[in-house]
Write a protein that binds this ligand. Sequence first.
Ligand SMILES: [Fe+2]
Ligand SMILES: [Fe+2]
Length: 182
Amino acid sequence: MTKILDELRDDHRNLARLLDLLGRELKTFKEGGRPDYDLVENILEYCLHYPDLCHHPKEDLIFEKLQARDPPTANIIGNLKLEHKELSTLTWRFSSAVRNVLDDEMLPRDWFLDVANDYLSFSRNHMQMEEVLFFPAARKTLTPEDWAELDDTWEMVEDPLFGEEIQKKYEGLYQEITALEE
Ligand SMILES: [Fe+2]
Ligand SMILES: [Fe+2]
């Protein structure tokens, strides 16, 4: 009945792994070292595309149904679509900041750290809010027909990094993630 929610939670677990790796590289930067920029850029490449392509649209559709069935609860959750937009903006901002640092090492370190931390904390808070408020509310309120309709509407997009078939451009990143987590 809630296969779609299970998939969304899998996405969160995977994204959390990536955010932890980014956090680790930022710590290196903060301590004056040189982060693995290739790793950071590869992770951001994924974060710039997959969530907007597959994760956020699913959540937006579920949220629309929740809004229709239980407006007060939807109001407590807030403006999910707007948070997704903000998340995209912060991801682009962080990704551009990484490019800038690579092009010009003289950029203020504090500024870079702020941009990076804005992205990390917003992403983590957003996912936590969804796990604690949004998903349980949707599970409670949406009907079996709603879930069936959502399953039908949603055309399956394979996760290019954590899905069954890893896309060629992400093979290196996948191996690196697994090795770093050992
Ligand atoms: Fe979301
Ligand atoms: Fe989410």
